[in-house]
Design a protein around this ligand. Sequence first.
Ligand code: EPU
Length: 417
Amino acid sequence: MDKLRIKGGSRLEGRVRISGAKNSALPAMAASVLTAEEVTLDNIPLVNDIFTTRRLLRELGVAVEFEGDHSVRLRAEKILSHEAPYDLVKTMRASVLVLGPLLGRTGRARVSLPGGCAIGARPINLHIKGLEKLGATVHTEHGYVEACSDRLKGAEIVFDKITVTGTENLMMAAALADGQTVLQNAACEPEIVDLAEMLKKMGARIQGAGTPTITIHGVQELHGTSHRIIPDRIEAGTFLVAGAMTHGELELIDSNPGHLASVIEKLRETGVNIETAAGRVKILGNGNLKSADVITSEYPGFATDMQAQYMALTTQTTGTSMITENIFENRFMHASELMRMGANIRIDGSRAIITGKTRLSGATVIASDLRASASLVLAALVAEGHTLIDRVYHLDRGYEKIEEKLQSVGAEIERLK
Ligand code: EPU
């Protein structure tokens, strides 16, 4: 298993190109199942979750070919299997994103239940409830969700709770349903808007994506398209925190500052200077960072996917910061590893209270999930001495060539095979 070794203390300076959004690319690839024609996607991040999705789609009978620089061509001429097997779903829970498209296109889907993961229970009951509203019969047996239907029928669906992949699954299924579907209390994340834009280019009739009410008029069939994936706002946010923590000067190119508003506002509150322009964000560090509280919430609030990285930052700000995690019930696994590096953190239910500024010292630490890993990398960048991060495969699921990008702006980081 690969490890990362990082020597702390370097000031980061230079330019970083932000990759395409993993959480946009995953539903976009799943959406290729909705049509027999070819779909081309550009700006695909070359991360392991994308390669897992390639394996999954190939098992369903989709031809998937990567070509050139970050492009993928997909063609689901015939669906040969209706199953997302346990082996793949347990590696990547976003595999459940084939449920809606398979059911919409073929009237059949069998998808392993994902089960809990490092950050929470993460059920998919709202995906299932929504599909039932569209007329599907759904059984859970032997750890699998089995759904079948004749052509799905449009319906009004009110989500009990805002769910990102749930909204995506329902939007894809409803695109081929008979009649009108209205999704209420839908997720508003930029990744939802990106998927809706792609589906519209395929011939879907969707209004309101990016607001809590999305209306979908089902069509008979969808056709091929080409689509460019939006920039990864979480990767960009992670590099902004790296700039802030190392008092550096980083310019992020191919990013979308509009999607980063809550992160930029919070970082400015801690005292850093951030300038934005079309497709670019520039951060100028400040040696005297101040504490600031954060509450995670759905978009446009502060993303739970930035919470761990922000916690690493608060170890380096002066004063006490309180972080309230409102989306997942167990997303503070990084705190104990940060404490092993010297951080002063107290966890009280869904709240973490961090007192800074503390001197961090390099240690051997274990990454528990994707964003937790990112927070350990950030802490290591300012820790005294060497940090060895184990289980880097979590990081490789969602950050493209993170060590190369960090090296290019001056970090001392190497991958040990
Ligand atoms: N929930 C339910 N029932 C459901 C669905 C969700 O109770 O049927 C709950 C979840 O347990 C959670 C909350 O609703 O407490 C929100 O979960 P959501 O469904 O929005 O999460 P997700 O769609 O599984 C996506 C991202 C996550 C990100 C969350 C929240 C993808 C592929 N994944 O997950 O990304 O944290 O939205 O923004 O889009 C990551 O990239 O590191 C990551 C974990």
